[in-house]
Design a protein around this ligand. Structure first.
Ligand SMILES: [Zn+2]
Length: 341
């Protein structure tokens, strides 16, 4: 690490990063050196069991371990458990807040995410790490995982994957030599001309009338506000990622959902529970949706959409005839809310 600021986030529970002297650490699944009160996991303090575990080991080797040697909570006397995912798990809040302040301080700076041996579909470590890179053009991403690389297209132009052991990849990184299989960086998508951008903007407005986008509260998250009124619905479209939709203010909104497996449902976003309105819901990836003001509304509505910042801006619109075939009962609705080009 040299003298660079760093932070390690890991799902390893062996505590080896800490034992190797790394202090800036978030162990998202805890570690087996920390004891937690089984009766009061939230209220009673966590205990460092390093010395106790060593004593237990020595007594066990000598053959004189008794039940009385099992560690108990110093506040209530109940047994301690190792602080690992389960009913008593309590993520180290000191680590969590150190991580949050590191991210908020550096997420827009020049950062390198160095990912060591994380499975290609990992959602707990890998997905948010790639989103962190996707949200920051100055960042770089190196992933090392033998045989299974997975790099988001959105960050491919500033990523390198090593399909090798960590040792061989480090060797190659340091010496610039070595016989290791690498991938990338790949070319990024071509830049749009100003005219093309303008056209894209216009198209986008028929799906997200009068919208703005902000950076979210979580790294890798974008918040989009879109305003809908009687003349400006959000036409039927889908995207490749999941989105959370929230009522923000104004009139209630009807969200028409056409799922991949052929189901149609109507979700009403608003505040009136008696009218079956909900405040927010999650839209699965690849579900076609359209939003319009609820019947009888005369003003406008604002909807808040949370999406990953790595999301490509690619919108997909349905083939109208095909959609009508799958959803014959919604024929009128489909005709009303598809974009005719
Ligand atoms: Zn206790």
């Amino acid at each position: 690490m040299g003298d660079k600021p760093y932070f390690i986030w890991t799902s390893n529970i062996d505590h080896h990063f800490a034992l190797a002297g790394f202090n800036n650490l978030l162990e998202v699944e805890g570690n087996w050196q920390t004891g937690i009160c089984t009766a009061h996991p939230k209220e009673h303090p966590a205990v460092d069991l390093k010395a106790t575990l060593h004593e237990i080991y020595e007594k066990d080797q000598a053959g004189n371990l008794t039940e009385g040697d099992l560690p108990t909570c110093s506040s209530c006397g109940e047994p301690l458990a190792t602080n690992l995912p389960g009913p008593t798990f309590n993520m180290d809040q000191v680590q969590v807040s150190a991580f949050e302040s590191f991210i908020s301080r550096y997420q827009t700076k020049k950062i390198l995410v160095l990912e060591l041996g994380i499975g290609p579909q990992n959602q707990m470590i890998k997905a948010p790490s790639m989103q962190l890179v996707a949200g920051n053009q100055q960042s770089r991403y190196i992933t090392i995982n033998k045989g299974q690389l997975n790099i988001l297209a959105a960050i491919a132009d500033r990523s390198i994957g090593f399909s090798s052991t960590i040792l061989a990849a480090f060797d190659a990184l340091i010496t610039g030599k070595g016989d290791v299989a690498t991938q990338g960086p790949a070319k990024s998508a071509p830049q749009l001309s100003p005219e093309e951008k303008k056209r894209q903007q216009k198209v986008l407005q028929s799906f997200y009338p009068s919208y703005t986008v902000n950076k979210g509260y979580q790294p890798g998250e974008l918040i989009m506000y879109t305003t809908i009124d009687g003349k400006h619905p959000s036409h039927i479209h889908t995207v490749q990622y999941g989105r959370a939709l929230m009522y923000s203010y104004g009139d209630p909104v009807d969200v028409h959902c056409f799922t991949q497996d052929g189901h149609y449902h109507l979700v009403k976003l608003g505040l009136n529970k008696e009218n079956n309105e909900v405040h927010g819901f999650y839209v699965e990836p690849n579900t076609f949706i359209a939003m319009e003001d609820a019947k009888g509304a005369t003003g406008f509505s604002q909807i808040r959409i949370t999406l990953p910042s790595s999301a490509s801006s690619e919108l997909m619109i349905p083939r109208v005839e095909q959609l009508k075939k799958v959803f014959p009962q919604q024929k009128e609705l489909i005709e009303r809310l598809t974009v005719s080009d």
